[in-house]
Design a protein around this ligand. Structure first.
Ligand SMILES: [Zn+2]
Length: 216
């Protein structure tokens, strides 16, 4: 048997209610952390100052979507010199500060984007009953590109076309095949479903690697 705790995305959050609604489960979560760290000054606080409510989408369970309604504890900063009087604190093992989805959900969005590109990933998510559009997928890929520009150059590069918006805007994605990471997402401004010129691609690739091998 599994209990209500199965629905919790992390140890800091207790499940207080679960409701089966038309499009999935709505799970009420309560923040059980005993202290918070002010994002402005770093002071630790144990003075609770009410609650902040937010919604997080999580991975589906048994084919049903899961939406968390989280009561995050709001803290009063203990530092009288601090510019922040109150604050809430994200649990970095569960979600990022301004994200509307859990980290594990975003991880799946990223994997789907790498494997299927934006529109196909959107179709796949729709079959799973999840509302993720291609713009969201592309945003995740672009963010990963920014975060992973450091490191050794790629040896094997995969290149593929994809549609940002069907019949309107197309682009090209470049992947590090060995690491399964995105190197770059290039938007073709002319709206044509065509790769950038070979010279243009070579110019970009030569800036990244030596002894290039193109795999499409
Ligand atoms: Zn503070």
């Amino acid at each position: 048997m599994v209990g209500a705790a199965t629905f919790s995305p992390g140890k800091a959050f207790a499940v207080t209610a679960i409701e089966l609604v038309e499009d999935g489960y709505e799970v009420e979560l309560e923040d059980r952390r005993k202290e918070g760290s002010c994002p402005a000054c770093g002071s630790c606080s144990v003075r609770s100052y009410g609650w902040h409510r937010r919604t997080l989408q999580d991975l589906p369970i048994a084919g049903r979507a899961v939406r968390h309604r989280v009561a995050l504890r709001r803290w009063s900063c203990a530092n009288e010199q601090c510019s922040r009087r109150t604050f809430t604190q994200a649990d970095v093992t569960v979600f990022q500060r301004y994200s509307r989805r859990t980290l594990r959900f975003n991880d799946i969005v990223l994997h789907m984007g790498r494997a299927l590109s934006g529109l196909l990933a959107e179709c796949f998510f729709e079959r799973l009953g999840l509302s993720i559009n291609d713009d969201t997928v592309v945003r995740h890929l672009s963010r990963e590109t920014e975060e992973k520009k450091e490191g050794p150059p790629p040896r094997v590069v995969g290149i593929d076309d994809w549609a940002w918006k069907k019949q309107h805007s197309y682009g090209t994605i470049m992947l590090n095949v060995e690491r399964n990471t995105v190197i770059d997402v290039i938007k073709n401004e002319d709206g044509q479903f065509a790769m950038p010129s070979p010279a243009s691609l070579m110019y970009r690739c030569l800036g990244l690697t030596r002894g290039l091998f193109l795999q499409s």
